[in-house]
Design a protein around this ligand. Structure first.
Ligand code: UD1
Ligand code: CA
Length: 457
């Protein structure tokens, strides 16, 4: 049986009060529509059809060739939106799952249940419904005395008696494709909003003697649609809980999951312990058996196994196995730190490679550098990579010891096993095994201070 899907994403979402179209607002790192897309893919043999409006370009950039697109230039209702994508469905037989694009909590499992209900019962249409305490604003499910679905009535068109119904339309449906296309031709705009309602197709199909049914969602929170920023924050909280609980089930310890912010695509290995106040975002992958102490921001970065990270910011970088970072380190993009290395307090590293076993323990800036294995950067080392116009590279060999408060003026090469005396300002290359002292010699003037004081009086 052929199965495809269609996402309604043409709405502006006026209540968001935003320049950004509603479906592009993010929950736990993904736009709303991306959550829906990922879930609906489970019931789609080919690329989901996305109905776009004002946000067309953004949606194209989001899904590229993983989706098919149709533009709805005028907002004439949900049935009209589906009609805009009709050309993808014509001539096909099978089922299409239709969903609103603003329901981030919906899961693949629920879509599967809906589609199976439709197919196994040979239905022309099956709507996903939810039983809610406050049904204000939603379309109500009208059932016959035998429990079968007669149709859907929109809130604005409902009688007082219909308004007391608490079973609502979630805006997710599975249709037999041919029956859907036939019924769309019969939808009119005789309603309070003068729009073409997709919901009308259920009543139309039923009146044609076709089988129409409903599938009640097990977890009401899945049916949540986002209309404003308050709901957006509620979804964020629910999604966070879902993500963290999934990770806990995979063997990750969270000391305080309510205060740990992990985005949807982050991966974390088993036996890693995550303390409170961590913000782990983007395509971050954290290995096994790490300790992520409080208050880190780690974005688009890969952390190896057995690493320990504390109160630091790590962006688009890679940290090796058994390496410790922080507290208070700032690792900027394109940095690769090797295994069993140490990046200590108040260290900033930018676009640099740090070899295995190398220690950059405190108060150091490393920029545009390649540092070899088992080196030691003394406290206050500065890689002087910028002359006000251009950036230059410094290459440091293996087993190099750099004394405290040295300035390494790039471009510069420092050979293996070299030693740089503390306080040096190094402007010329240093060979293998060489000692470099680049500072003026110390002079002590005997008793000078006493003379100075006497002179002043
Ligand atoms: C819709 C349903 C209602 C259901 C509710 C659930 C209809 C007529 N009503 O009402 O039964 O309880 O969702 O949240 O379908 N859209 C377009 N183009 C349009 C109109 C809408 O793409 O011309 C998209 C919107 O972007 C949105 C979805 O369709 O993703 C639903 O539209 P919306 O206007 O929010 O419908 P509701 O009034 O919420
Ligand atoms: Ca809505």
């Amino acid at each position: 049986m052929y199965k495809t899907s269609l996402i309604l994403a043409a709405g502006d979402g006026k209540r968001m009060k935003s320049e950004t179209p509603k479906v592009m607002h993010k929950v736990c790192g993904y736009p709303l529509v991306k959550h829906v897309f990922n879930a609906v893919k489970t019931v789609s043999d080919d690329e989901p059809i996305v109905i776009t409006g004002r946000c067309g370009e953004l949606l194209h950039n989001l899904f590229n060739d993983e989706a098919r697109y149709a533009e709805q230039t005028e907002r004439r209702g949900t049935a009209h939106a589906v009609m805009c994508g009709e050309h993808y469905l014509k001539g096909k037989s099978g089922y299409v799952t239709i969903t609103a694009g603003d329901m981030p909590m919906i899961t693949g499992a629920t879509f599967e249940k809906l589609v199976l209900t439709a197919i196994n019962n040979n239905m022309s249409a099956c709507v996903l419904t939810a039983v809610v305490d406050n049904a204000d604003g939603y379309g109500r499910i009208i059932r016959d005395i035998d429990g079968s679905v007669k149709g859907i009535v929109e809130h604005r068109d409902a009688t007082d008696e219909q308004k007391s119904i608490r079973e609502i339309n979630t805006s997710i449906y599975c249709f037999n494709i041919e029956d859907l296309l036939d019924s769309l031709k019969l939808v009119d705009s005789n309603n309070a909003q003068g729009e073409l309602y997709l919901t009308d197709t259920l009543g139309i199909l039923r009146s044609q003697g076709k089988k129409v049914g409903a599938c009640i969602v097990d977890d009401v929170t899945e049916s949540m649609g986002i209309n404003d920023r308050v709901q957006l924050s509620q979804a964020e909280k629910m999604m966070r809980k879902r993500i963290n609980e999934n990770l806990m089930r995979q063997g990750v310890t969270f000391i305080d999951p309510d205060n740990t912010y992990v985005e949807a695509c982050v991966e974390i290995g088993a036996d890693t312990v995550i303390y409170a106040g961590n913000v782990l975002t983007g395509n971050t992958v954290i290995g096994k058996n790490c300790i992520i102490y409080p208050n880190n921001r780690i974005e688009d970065s890969v952390i190896g196994d057995d690493a320990e990270i504390q109160s630091s910011v790590i962006l688009s970088s890679k940290i090796g196995d058994g390496t410790t970072v922080g507290p208070y380190a700032y690792v900027r993009p394109e940095t690769v730190v090797g295994n069993k290395a140490r990046i200590g307090d108040f260290v900033e590293i930018k676009k640099s490679q740090i070899g295995d076993g190398t220690k950059v323990s405190h108060l150091t800036y490393v920029g545009d550098a390649k540092i070899g294995k088992n080196c030691n950067m003394g406290c206050g080392t500065v890689f002087v990579n910028y002359d006000g116009k251009n950036k230059y590279k410094t290459v440091v060999g293996d087993h190099v010891f750099i004394g405290c408060n040295a300035n390494l003026i790039a471009p510069l090469n420092i050979g293996d096993n070299a030693l740089i005396a503390a306080g040096s300002t190094v402007t010329e290359d240093v060979g293998d095994n060489d000692l470099c002292i680049a500072r003026s010699r110390q002079t002590n003037k005997k008793g000078w201070v006493l003379n100075y004081k006497n002179w002043k009086q």
